[in-house]
Design a binder for this molecule. Structure first.
Ligand code: PLP
Length: 368
């Protein structure tokens, strides 16, 4: 196998389930082709609120706003909360979209560390507290976490909620991987705590759970005070989220969930095989991801401490595309991120290529 192995994208290799596609097509054929309300179609907002309540979040449809994915919602929320000079705390390593959204809102992103202790990635609550200043308005959390796959425990969420209350912070909780958890791990939400009703923003999306990355559909459940400003940002930018896409979202939430269970089960077996393979390579340390579909090994190849150079060499010499750990922040250095939402054959080949890279053996014949 000499082809390029592509594990760099955060995208399920599965197709969108057929009944969801059908709902979108049916909606197009039956006239869902006009402007709709900026906050989203009532039926979808109801379905979203219902789904959030099953996770213990006291959501109501009035507090749900629909958007073209989680990413634009992050931008709206940061613009609604921040302003010049205000700070938002972001995980490091963490999803690069947070910094971009904060800086576009003229705010300042302050990284806090996510540590890989005892084979599990953890948010360092004490480090967060030490970074808070009078300018800090927002704490961004992401569980399950991209790129490490770490999932915050209820005790950690309690500690973060307590910190947000004491320092009067909004918590922007990015929960786009909440349904993708393995074994008996459960992804709780900080917004399930009643005292967070006025300060927690839950952001979620259909992209990962339902393999709908290209449809562009997401939402937030907002504190009452942020509903009007975020609605106005949608109204005066996107106008609305396409109604046929929202129809597909209604089908996703109200239709059979066995499709999600089956995808998660298959991610779990891919995770297990990939982690076992990586752990068999000397000099590679691989904590077990508890959720999402990324593995974030630390590669102690002495000649290549720079993760950007590592990712470049893996691509150029071993034809394996992955993302450098440094792309997720300075504390990602030394790591690379591989998506295991790919075929088992590609994952097995990726492990072999990383093994060869670490051994420093020359690339196999046929590589360009
Ligand atoms: N948040 C995290 C942590 C992500 O990994 C991603 C996409 O990779 C997003 C948000 C954006 O998702 P969407 O496709 O809904 O915009």
């Amino acid at each position: 196998m000499n082809e390029l192995v592509l594990l760099e994208k955060g995208e399920p290799e599965f197709d969108t389930p057929a009944h969801i596609i059908e709902a979108g097509v049916r909606a197009l054929r039956t006239g869902s082709t006009r402007y709709v309300a900026p906050e989203g179609i009532g039926e979808l907002r109801d379905a979203v609120a219902g789904r959030l309540r099953t996770r213990g979040i006291p959501a109501t449809a009035e507090r749900v706003i629909v958007s073209a994915g989680a990413k634009p919602m992050l931008a709206y929320v940061m613009r609604a909360i921040l302003g010049a000079g205000y700070a938002a705390l972001v995980p490091d390593p963490g999803y690069p979209g947070y910094r971009a959204a904060i800086e576009q809102a003229r705010g300042v992103a302050i990284p806090y560390r996510v540590t890989d202790g005892a084979g599990r990635f953890r948010i360092d609550v004490a480090a967060i507290e030490a970074s808070i200043t009078p300018w800090t308005r927002v704490l961004v959390i992401n569980s399950p976490h991209n790129p490490t796959g770490g999932v915050a425990t209820e005790a950690e969420l309690d500690a973060l909620a307590d910190l947000a209350l004491r320092h009067d912070l909004y918590v922007v909780s990015d929960e786009v991987y909440s349904e993708i958890v393995f074994g008996d791990v459960r992804a709780g939400s900080i917004a399930a705590r009643p005292e967070m009703a006025d300060r927690a923003v839950v952001i979620d999306s259909f992209s990962k759970t339902y393999a709908m990355t290209g449809w562009r559909l997401g939402y937030a459940c907002l504190p009452a005070s942020l509903v009007a400003p975020v609605r106005s940002l949608v109204l005066h930018s996107a106008t609305c989220t396409p109604p046929f896409v929202q129809a597909a979202g209604i089908a996703a939430l109200t239709g059979p969930q066995a499709v999600v269970t089956a995808m998660v089960r298959s991610y779990q077996s891919r995770r297990d095989a990939t982690v076992a393979g990586l752990r068999s390579i000397p000099g590679v340390t691989t904590p077990l991801p508890e959720g999402a579909f990324y593995v974030f090994p630390r590669i102690e190849a002495h000649a290549h401490p720079d993760s950007v150079a590592m990712a470049e060499r893996l691509l150029a010499e071993h034809r394996l595309a992955c993302v450098s750990g440094a792309s997720y922040g300075t504390r990602g250095e030394g790591h690379v991120r591989l998506s295991f939402a790919a075929s088992p054959e590609c994952l097995a080949e990726a492990v072999r290529r990383i093994g060869r890279f670490v051994e420093g053996s020359s690339p196999a014949p046929g590589y360009r």
